[in-house]
Design a protein around this ligand. Structure first.
Ligand code: CA
Ligand code: CA
Ligand code: CA
Length: 353
């Protein structure tokens, strides 16, 4: 049942992505070099410091295009600002934020787009007159040397953006639906830290069924005095999404984790970002330790892991760069040493307390 509901949502997303017709810039120019890039699931991030001709521009006037089939077409992108400390600026949610320059493109702000949306390289000079400033972005696969290009331009009369949104986010339910990657957080209600649904549709090479049992969180705090260990797991945590970004390429959820103790909750570490793309997730975690905590805390240990559901048995994973991890009960390497197969046998992580 869960799989069919998710499939229905997925197709809604696809239809939204098709969207209404988008005004196109005039076809112009000719191809200087054809796109050879073949990587599909990767996103690309380009910092403003590399796009100097556009620094200081109002971000709302910027548009990203690719040259395909002899025409310039708008492609989905977003520009996320970072504050002077380097933290992503989240303009939505309970605690919305602004960059200090209030929406201008500066050196640490970043352009984000999918590598698969890039196109051919266009000949210099063959560009619409509406483009008052321009930077060519070349992306290159470091493994193969294959290339693709796109063009970020400041436009005098910016039209509608591409109309494609690869990822939808519902802050009320804390649920996201990405084109190739669907997850639902919160088991049994709001304010839970763990996700419990993760579906990869057939279009992404997946099975279309939920392969996740649950996220496991194990936190152990060893105190100096009294010399005791405090242990918390995912059922003893709460999370609050304090702010977020919802663009066409990625959703950023800024979460504050709380530990539940008798009668109240205490914040744990600083807020951390969960960054969700069309195909993948990133969760950089930074733990803030209060000044003076060394007088009280001997050590802190955090373990995170995902338990898979029986539907994951038989799945394979591979890496073009890394060898298989050491042999475990839960998976087996093939003869190449680069591919693992989920066996379904009980793993050390599952047996852990
Ligand atoms: Ca900035
Ligand atoms: Ca800025
Ligand atoms: Ca979105």
């Amino acid at each position: 049942m869960a799989a069919s509901v998710a499939a229905a949502v997925f197709f809604s997303l696809f239809l939204l992505g098709a969207g209404p017709p988008v005004p196109q810039p005039p076809a112009s120019g000719h191809t200087l070099e054809s796109r050879s890039l073949a990587r599909d699931p990767d996103y690309a991030i380009v910092r403003g410091v590399l796009l100097r001709d556009l620094l200081g521009r109002d971000i709302q006037t910027l548009r990203l295009h690719a040259f395909r089939g002899g025409s310039l077409v708008p492609i989905p992108f977003q520009i996320d600002e970072r504050d002077p400390r380097g933290r992503l600026v989240c303009p939505l949610g309970r605690s919305p934020e602004q960059d200090v320059d209030k929406g201008l493109f500066d050196e640490n702000d970043e352009l984000v787009f999918m590598a698969s949306d890039s196109g051919d390289r266009i000949a210099p000079g063959a560009r619409p007159v509406e483009w008052i400033a321009l930077e060519e972005v070349e992306i290159r696969d470091p493994l193969t040397g294959q290339k693709g290009w796109c063009y970020l331009a400041a436009v005098s009369e910016p039209g509608a953006p591409s109309g494609i949104d690869y990822i939808l986010y519902d802050p009320a339910e804390d649920r996201y639906v990405a084109l190739y990657n669907t997850s639902v957080y919160m088991r049994g209600g709001i304010n839970r830290a763990d996700y419990h649904v993760n579906i990869y549709p057939p279009e992404a090479g997946g099975t279309g069924v939920d392969i996740t049992d649950r996220l496991k969180i194990r936190i152990e705090i060893r105190l100096k005095a009294p010399p005791v260990k405090l242990r918390f797991h995912e059922d003893e945590t709460e999370v609050e999404t304090v702010a977020y970004i919802d663009g066409p390429i990625r959703v950023v959820r800024r979460n504050q984790l709380y530990l539940r103790v008798p009668f109240f909750t205490i914040p744990f570490g600083g807020a951390h970002d969960v960054i969700i793309y069309r195909d993948t997730n990133d969760t950089p975690i930074e733990v803030s330790v209060p000044r003076g905590a060394s007088w009280l805390v001997q050590s802190l240990r955090i373990r995170l892991g995902t338990d898979l559901s029986p539907e994951a048995v038989g799945m394979r994973g591979s890496s073009s760069t890394a060898a298989c991890p050491s042999r475990k009960n839960a998976w087996r390497c093939d003869s190449t040493g680069r591919t693992v197969r989920i066996t379904g046998r009980s793993s050390p992580a599952r047996r852990a307390p």
